[in-house]
Design a protein around this ligand. Structure first.
Ligand SMILES: NC(=O)c1ccc[n+]([C@@H]2O[C@H](COP(=O)([O-])OP(=O)(O)OC[C@H]3O[C@@H](n4cnc5c(N)ncnc54)[C@H](O)[C@@H]3O)[C@@H](O)[C@H]2O)c1
Length: 247
């Protein structure tokens, strides 16, 4: 099950943490993977690690918010792999200027960054791959989101949460447009990950599993969503959060 041999994937923001876990997991199942990151050294390191483990990967440093860069990368992947990309995982979602803080304190100049990376980033990527996926009759689109898309908090996440809510809605509609062509589109909404968790035991007590998520947890879930076996799973937002939110 979950054999991805012969498939080609792009994972954005894959130079560290969850994205790196996704890229490693897809490659371990046989997919050839484009490892994207804004930071070239990070993309290079994860790509080398995958190749050292016997997988197929190429690093590509570009900014997902730039449509022309995204289109160039998709063209380059096609020529390097000898076939089009048929798995898209848009994981990059935390911009350098996160737009973090109580909304009343945030200057309007900080409103756009979370929306650019999450919502326009998704539009850039989906638009670059969707035509060939539909023409070929097979494709998998996986969007990484956050519990903050649907659960309000006082943690200064209003802009980030709004951008994640927006992209969840976008993917729901895309799923309906591409479903007849054998292409699925789903969102994986993550709870707190180890890289952001710190070591506050009070935080862990709110997670049923008493631990934050790992890159391996995320990678395994994405492998399922990207697999041939998940052909009837589409238009959904799946929570992957250790039981911290159960609705
Ligand atoms: N960390 C958490 O606790 C948590 C919780 C819920 C959801 N998420 C979501 O999971 C995903 C991954 O989070 P993470 O904590 O692993 O992120 P991270 O910041 O550790 O890594 C993301 C990578 O994306 C790259 N990146 C940033 N902007 C980019 C751009 N414009 N183009 C290409 N690459 C870019 C960064 O250089 C970085 O290497 C994000 O979508 C995030 O919103 C994370």
């Amino acid at each position: 099950m979950f054999d991805l041999s012969g498939h080609t994937a792009i994972v954005t923001g894959a130079g560290q943490n969850a994205g790196a876990g996704i890229a490693r997991a897809l490659a371990a199942q046989g997919a050839a993977v484009v490892v994207n990151d804004l930071v070239a050294e990070r993309a290079d390191a994860v790509s080398s690690e995958i190749r050292d483990a016997g997988g197929t990967a190429i690093p590509m440093a570009f900014d997902v918010t730039e449509l022309s860069s995204v289109r160039d990368a998709v063209d380059k992947a096609r020529s390097e792999f000898g076939r089009h990309l048929d798995i898209l995982v848009h994981n990059a979602g935390i911009p350098a200027d996160f737009g973090h803080g109580q909304f009343r304190t945030l200057d309007p100049s900080r409103w756009r960054a979370p929306v650019e990376i999450n919502l326009f980033g998704a539009m850039n990527l989906v638009s670059a791959v969707i035509g060939e996926m539909c023409d070929a009759g097979w494709g998998r689109i996986v969007q990484i989101s956050s519990g903050s898309a649907r659960v309000g908090s006082d943690q200064g996440l209003s802009l980030y949460g709004a951008s994640k809510s927006g992209v969840e809605g976008f993917i729901r509609h895309i799923s309906q447009e591409v479903g007849p062509f054998g292409v699925t589109a789903n969102t994986l909404a993550l709870g707190l990950q180890a890289n952001a968790a710190g070591s506050n035991p009070e935080v862990f007590s709110r997670i049923a599993t008493r631990r934050p998520g790992t890159p391996e947890d995320v990678g395994a879930a994405v492998v399922y969503l990207a697999s041939p076996e998940a052909s009837w799973m589409t238009g959904q937002t799946l929570n992957l959060n250790g039981g911290s939110v159960t609705t």
